[in-house]
Design a protein around this ligand. Structure first.
Ligand SMILES: Nc1nc2c(c(=O)[nH]1)N[C@H]1C(S)=C(S)[C@@H](COP(=O)(O)OP(=O)(O)OC[C@H]3O[C@@H](n4cnc5c(N)ncnc54)[C@H](O)[C@@H]3O)O[C@H]1N2
Ligand code: MOO
Length: 414
């Protein structure tokens, strides 16, 4: 048995079995590079990141107001203090206010030594050089201690985290100008099919536009991926083999669409078996049944079905998690919600279905979902209107209006 094959597949794999095979089989890449923080969004950390400084570096004011020492003052009566200077953000007050004195201070400015309280200006009445504080006046407030966000040498982020916008802000605050990240995956993709015409051309009878390559390019738009559009391959086994063999030499992963089923012009499985190794083909899901996964030389291969909605489903459920695994990124949790179905949903037992739905949240907080339209796997307009998959498990025999269903929104950042 070769190194990526599992025992022969007599039955259709479940989605869970297929994903676990993908994760068990794919070995994450090891290469890394250092990139400027401004280019690091969506990249995967290759090493942990530590803070070089305390944040804030010194204690500072959380409000525009006045800073002073509370000792000897009563917060339960009005009192007045003499203003002896100003602490600006970026231009601290030099000196120490004595008893009976205060310093004008602005949000983010360093709190002068000796002061232990900042009172917001709304609770004061400022005169020429004197400030009156109205009772009740809270002391020991509105000061952010040094290091209250994070401390120097603290581990801020663990590898292999995929950096999100909040992480980028955090690392900038910590003065981290560059980070070591996993190198980008080189991913090639192509369509197969004699019926495919390029955008901008007039369609002959029997032709359709090649939407899958555009869909895939959009799905693959990820800073961790360097994508390469390899065009269209005709329904011809020699041409397909030539493409697979030559492209496999230059990519970490290859994706194709079409030709994955059992028709006489469907060559993906036989050519993959000839020039590479097949791990699985055919899943008990709808749409997306004829998904092929394997390897050609050192390159991972996903042969997606031709139907555009099957491309959408198999990309989200298998290809993206597989590519994230190849990158070495942590698996992302799948956000699953329970929603009340406002549509009757037709389904026959046998395959898990990913129907396209429109998820809404009512004023009472309850999620509801409606079918985005008819559920054929060529219907991209319905997929475009949808914002979620309605996941109906293998045994489900249909859903009545008002039933609770499981829903997976398309976009999440977890
Ligand atoms: N006898 C059987 N027929 C089919 C089965 C089956 O099990 N037995 N499975 C069906 C399922 S499920 C799917 S999905 C499709 C997948 O077939 P292929 O992967 O071989 O894809 P094609 O036959 O090449 O194309 C299917 C469909 O998609 C259109 N297509 C293909 N490429 C593109 C593209 N780049 N852009 C837009 N549309 C594309 C193509 O014209 C076909 O309409 O097989 C079922 N049949
Ligand atoms: O992948 Mo097919 O589109 O299951 O019907």
């Amino acid at each position: 048995m070769n190194d990526i094959c599992f025992p022969p597949q007599n039955t259709l794999l479940t989605a869970e079995q297929a994903l676990s095979r993908i994760r068990q089989t794919i070995q994450p890449i090891s290469g890394s590079e250092t990139v400027a923080l401004s280019l690091a969004l969506g990249r995967t950390l290759a090493e942990d990141v530590f803070a070089a400084i305390d944040m804030p570096p010194q204690r500072n004011a959380a409000m525009d107001g006045y800073a002073f020492a509370a000792a000897g003052l009563s917060g339960n009566a009005d009192f007045s203090l003499r203003m002896v200077g100003t602490s600006w953000a970026g231009k601290p007050f030099v000196g120490t206010p004595d008893q009976g004195e205060c310093v004008r201070i602005f949000t983010g400015a360093v709190v002068p030594d000796g002061a232990d309280s900042v009172v917001a200006q709304e609770q004061t009445h400022a005169g020429a050089d004197c400030v009156r504080f109205s009772a009740p006046c809270l002391f020991h407030k509105n000061i952010r201690p040094a290091g209250s966000d994070f401390k120097a040498e603290e581990k801020l982020l663990h590898a292999p985290r995929k950096l999100n916008p909040r992480d980028i802000g955090l690392l900038a605050a910590a003065g981290v100008a560059a980070v070591k990240v996993k190198r980008r995956l080189r991913i090639g993709f192509f369509s197969t099919g004699d019926e495919l015409a390029p955008l901008g051309s007039e369609l002959d009878i029997g032709q359709i536009y090649d939407s899958n390559r555009y869909l895939l390019a959009a799905l693959l738009a990820d800073p961790s991926f360097e994508i390469n559009d390899l065009g269209v391959v005709k329904d011809d086994p020699q041409a397909l083999e030539a493409m697979l063999v030559s492209a496999a030499a230059h990519h970490d992963a290859l994706l194709s669409t079409g030709g994955a089923s059992v028709g006489e012009a469907d060559y993906i499985k036989q050519v993959l078996e000839k020039c590479g190794q097949i791990n699985f083909w055919k899943l008990a899901i709808k749409p997306g049944k004829p998904l092929a996964f394997g390897k050609i030389g050192g390159c991972w291969f996903f042969g997606l079905p031709g139907n555009p909605v099957a491309v959408l489903v198999t990309y989200h459920k298998f290809v993206k998690p597989g590519l994230d695994h190849l990158l070495g990124a942590l698996p992302r949790p799948t956000l699953e919600l329970r929603a009340r179905s406002e549509s009757e949903l037709r389904k026959v037992p046998g395959r898990c279905e990913y129907q396209r739905g429109i998820l809404k949240q009512g004023e009472n907080g309850e999620f509801t979902v409606t079918a985005a339209g008819p559920q054929d796997s060529h219907q991209l307009k319905v997929a475009s209107m949808a914002n979620c998959f309605i996941v109906l498990d293998t045994d489900c025999a249909g859903v009545s209006r008002g039933d609770w269903v499981l829903v997976e929104p398309f976009s999440i950042d977890l």
